[in-house]
Design a protein around this ligand. Sequence first.
Ligand code: BES
Ligand code: MN
Ligand code: ZN
Length: 478
Amino acid sequence: MQIKRVEDIYLPDSLLVLLFEDENFSGINNEICEIIETLKSRKDFTGKKGSLLRVPLIQGNLYLVGLGKREDCKLNLIRDSLAKGLRNIGRNHNKSAFVYLENLKNFDSLCVALGEAAILCAYSFDKYKTKDEDYEAFSLNEIYTDIYDDKEISQGVKFAESQVYSRELANEPGCVITPEKLAEHARELAGKLNLECEIWDENKIKSEKMGALLAVGIGSKNPPRFIHLAYKPANPVKKIAIVGKGITFDSGGLNIKPDQFMLTMKGDKTGACNVLGILKGAAELNLNVEVHGIIAAAENMPSGSAYKPDDIIRARNGKTIEINNTDAEGRLVLADALCFASELKPDAIIDMATLTGACAVALGKNRAGLFANNDELADKLLDSSTKSGESYWRMPLEDEIISESLKSPFADLVNCGERYGGAIFAALFLKEFISNNIAWAHMDIAGVDFIDKERGIYSKGASSFGVRTCLNYLCGIN
Ligand code: BES
Ligand code: MN
Ligand code: ZN
C-alpha cells in the first residue's frame, strides 16, 4: 500500500469522508458539499456511528462513514472507521482512494491511525482459498491524503505490519506451524533483521532444566522448542523482555477438550507470534531499547508419552509442580520462559498468553486482562493501550484464598485451582517464576485473540491483539 500526499485536485477512483452527526460539512469542493447536504436533508446519511454509504459520482465513488457525535469520538473509532471505509473501497474494485482528513485534524496521532488502518484493512487470511472467477481480490493499493505526516504514517504502517506478520503466523493451522516451524520462522526473521537468535531443541530444553516446557511437549511427535531472540541497539536506554506462550495446538492433552472448545486452539500460539511481531517492529523502528523475545513452544497432545495428571515436574528455578490438569499447560511452558527472562535481569518483563477461558468469561472478547506486580508498568501499558485502541482491564494479583490454593500436598505448587478466579490463579502461578524483583506484567489475551465477525480493523481470524500496545510502550521508553 502506498500512502501519498494529495497534490491539488486529484481524482482517484474513490473518495473517503468520515462524517460527524449534526455537523455541517464544508470541504473538498462545492459538488461534494452539496451531495452531502442533500443526503443529510433526506436522512439517507446522517453520520450515525457505524453507518456506511457509497455514492456513485460521475467519476468514481464517494464513500461516507458515520462517526456519531464529535464529543464521543476517540481516535480508536477513527481508526476503525477508516479501516471500514478503505476495506469497502478495496473490495469494490477501486485501486486508489483519497482520504479526506481536514475535518479530523484536531485528533492527535491521526496519521498513525491512517497508516495502521491502511495496512490492517487490506489483510485477510485467504491464502488457502482457490482464486477462481468469483474471488474478489482486494484492489486498493494507493491512498492519497490531504493531511500528511510522514513520520506518523510510517510509524502506523510499521506497527500494523508487525501486527499483520503476527496474524499471518497465528492464523496458520497446527498442521503447518509446529514448534519446530515456529522456530524456523523466528530464525528467518532474525536473519532478516540482524537479531541474535538461539533455539533449543528438546534435548537442550531438558539439559537446561526446563522440565515444565518439556513435560507439556513430550506427548506430541512434534517436539518442543525454546526460542530466544534479541534486538540489541548500540546504546540502549532500557532492557525489556517480552515472553510469549507458543502452544501451536492445544488439544488439552489427556484432560482432552470437548469438541467446541478445541476449535480455534491453533490460536494458542498467538502470544508467541506477537513476540515475533514486536521484535520485527522494534528493529524496523530502530528503537533505542534492547528487546528480548522469549518463546516457549510446544504442542499439547494426548498420547502414550504425554504428561499425566498426578505427575510431578520440576521447573527451571527448581520449584516442583503437581499436575492436576494437563489442559492448564500454558502456565507451565511460561514458567520456564519466565525463569529464563528473569535471569536476563531486564528492566521489565511482559508476557502475553491466551491463558484462561476464565479471563474471556470475565472480560468478553474485546478486552484483555492485565496483571502486574508494578503500578508504574501497568499504568504505562494502559496508557499505551489507549494509543493503540486495544482495551485492557487491570485485574488483581492479590488474593489470599487463591494464593493459598496454589499449594500442593506433594509438591511446591499445583498447576490448576478451582474454577472460580481461574484467570487470577493462573497469574499468581506465573508470579512464582519471576525473580530478582523485576517489574512484570502479564496480558491474558484469551478470547481477544480470535475474531469471529469482521469489525473495524479486524478481519476474521487471528487479531494479534497486544502487538501495537507493546510497540507503543517500547516507543515511549526513553
Ligand atoms: N488455551 C487455553 C485457554 C483459552 C481458552 C484460550 C479459550 C483461548 C480461548 C488454556 O490452555 C486452557 O485450556 N485453559 C483452561 C485452564 C483450566 C484447565 C484451568 C481453561 O481456561 O479452561
Ligand atoms: Mn489448555
Ligand atoms: Zn492453552
